[in-house]
Design a protein around this ligand. Structure first.
Ligand SMILES: [Zn+2]
Length: 269
């Protein structure tokens, strides 16, 4: 008996629902939709679709500095033909304070001197292990490495090429070094350097440099953690790019390739 009552109730309900559909169709209404896991959904004509968000312009969205990447201080240098420095590239240089012959780009030298002075005031003893290098000096360094690897094999021998390729992974190929640009220095802390192994160097000094270099327009150019992007692991190499760019790069923990690509979308690394 109870089953029969339930069945009748179900049928009545079904009829009501069907009637509802028929009536709403008859009235030309299509705003009632039945179904869905939560029961009945009613489409409210008052709700309008959310506006499609327009693509944001990154340069204003995330605080990317408004700079002209084609200026000299932003020059990208690497071993791709497009980014090699010609042998004729020779910047005007001056001597870095506290050194006898280490050279740096003349116009930006005051920023480097100021950074080194600030490091000294913090109790560190910065030592410039490398600064400006001429194209010919870079060539000498590269050839010395390649011939050391090749041993008895003469450079005219076709087999020499594989050693030259190997040398490219150890010493920067002539024209591909930022040291020729005059805007890069290798800095160590003289006091506590046991060997030129980064792990053995004074990490307090590098921590200070990494926290403060951007104030003087410098970036840590080849941090170990970015090796796969830059191709180099040279954690003591600092490059001048100007305060604006350096601040953004160091605050966001990106490498120069990532920064450069933002302004030069076709750039590949
Ligand atoms: Zn270097």
């Amino acid at each position: 008996m109870r089953d029969r009552v339930s069945w009748l109730l179900c049928m009545a309900l079904l009829l009501l629902v069907l009637a509802g559909i028929v009536i709403s169709r008859a009235q030309g209404r299509t705003d009632i939709i039945f179904g869905g896991a939560d029961g009945v959904y009613v489409r409210d004509e008052g709700i309008v679709a959310a506006p499609v968000e327009e693509e944001q312009d990154d340069s204003t969205d995330e605080g990317w500095p408004d700079i002209d990447i084609t200026q000299a201080q932003y020059r990208m240098v690497n071993d791709n033909t497009e980014f090699l420095l010609p042998s004729s590239f020779e910047p005007d240089c001056g001597i870095i304070a506290g050194t006898s012959y280490m050279m740096f780009d003349y116009e930006t030298l005051p920023y480097l001197d100021a950074m080194l002075e600030a490091a000294k005031n913090e109790g560190f003893t910065p030592y410039i292990a490398a600064a400006y290098r001429t194209y010919s000096y870079q060539t000498q360094m590269f050839n010395a490495k390649a011939s050391a690897l090749a041993g008895d094999i003469d450079y005219m021998d076709p087999r020499y090429q594989q050693y030259a390729q190997k040398a490219k992974t150890i010493v920067m190929y002539p024209g591909s070094s930022e040291h020729q640009l005059g805007l890069a220095v290798d800095i160590w802390d003289r006091q506590r350097n046991v060997t030129p192994l980064y792990e053995n160097m004074n990490q307090d000094f590098f921590n200070w440099l990494d926290s403060n270099c951007a104030k003087y327009g410098f970036i840590k150019r080849y941090p170990t953690r970015k090796l796969l992007l830059t191709g180099w692991d040279e954690p003591w190499h600092y490059r001048y790019v100007g305060v604006e760019a350096a601040t953004y790069i160091m605050e966001h923990g990106i490498c120069y390739e990532e920064f450069y690509k933002h302004y030069m979308p076709d750039f590949k690394y």
